[in-house]
Design a protein around this ligand. Structure first.
Ligand code: CP
Length: 301
């Protein structure tokens, strides 16, 4: 059976490190035509800019071809075709499926229906493993290591799938976390259990300034409006944390600010010119990391 990437836990530590090395190779030489005989599908049941376009850029740079959709309204999903049947069909046409879906667990289900590898490009509030691999690549590039990094994660820890995957990945590297969130958006209990089981140090606070000077990485997140059933609650918490340039005074020299993007209000635009702002470079790293993921899963590298 072909290997998929549905959860970050599908990769061992050695595989994660292999992806880091491959991403560095692709960054040094991004035009390696390893996929000339391959067709890859990108199926996006939810909106995306970075994930879809960086996957498609990665496939194109590797010499492969892309089919797929970014909107289900003009596909047979709108006629009631099931996810099972859609995935069975697309398996007939392609060598790999990259899928984003709004339902948690949809990617795992798709991987069970597919006859080709499936890459989870985000399933509801659950997981976003390719984002985590590019986050790790960004941490490694900026900090020179992955071990013993203190990450301050700010914002929507309840619905933020990139946060959930990142926590699990950092279990391999003795990661230390400070979680900053309003009570409504605090980290779900299952991830706290995971942290304790893996003996990872963490603290929770509502005060973003309290520990900002200790952080190696500040990982800002957007409050995920699309996951709220009560929009009044979203209105109450949407601007809970806004990172401003003045708040960076006294932070570690080598500290870098990451954000999976898109941003709404949570990083003031004045921060963009600060050398500690790394989120646009982080998004660029997504192309090399996704080249690494695809070529590894397809066994061409
Ligand atoms: N980081 C991320 O998943 O961005 P998109 O929603 O634009 O793909």
């Amino acid at each position: 059976m072909s290997k998929s990437l549905v959860s970050i836990n599908d990769f061992t530590k050695e595989e994660i490190l292999k992806i880091m090395d491959l991403a560095a190779e692709f960054e040094a030489d991004p035009n390696q035509k390893l996929l000339c005989d391959k067709v890859i599908a990108t199926l996006f049941f939810e909106p995306s800019t970075r994930t879809r376009l960086s996957f498609e850029s990665a496939i194109n740079r590797l010499g492969g071809r892309v089919i797929g959709f970014a909107d289900t309204s003009n596909t047979s999903v709108s006629k009631g075709e099931t996810l099972h049947d859609t995935i069975r069909m697309v398996s007939n046409y392609t060598d790999m499926i990259v899928m984003r879906h709004y339902i948690e667990g949809a990617a795992r289900y798709a991987s069970e229906c597919a006859t080709v590898p499936v890459v989870n490009a985000g399933d509801g509030s659950n997981q976003h493993p390719s984002q985590t691999l590019l986050d790790l690549y960004s941490i490694k590039k900026t900090q020179g290591r992955l071990d013993n990094i203190h990450i301050m994660v700010v914002g929507d820890l309840k619905y933020g799938r990139t946060v959930h995957s990142l926590i699990q990945a950092m279990a391999h590297f003795n990661g230390r976390f400070t979680f900053v969130a309003p009570p409504e958006l605090e980290l779900p209990e299952e991830y706290k259990i995971f942290l304790r089981e893996h003996r990872m140090e963490f603290r929770e606070t509502t005060d973003m300034n309290a520990y900002i000077r200790e952080a190696d990485i500040i990982y800002m997140t957007r409050v995920q409006r699309e996951r709220f059933s009560d929009l009044m609650e979203y209105e109450r918490v949407k601007n809970a944390y806004i990172l401003r340039d003045s708040m960076l005074e006294g932070t570690k020299e080598n500290m870098r600010i990451l954000h999976p993007l898109p941003r709404v209000n949570e990083i003031h635009t004045s921060v963009d010119a600060n050398p500690k702002a790394y989120y646009f470079d982080q998004a660029r790293n997504g192309v090399f990391t996704r080249m690494a993921i695809i070529s590894y899963l397809l066994g061409v590298k």
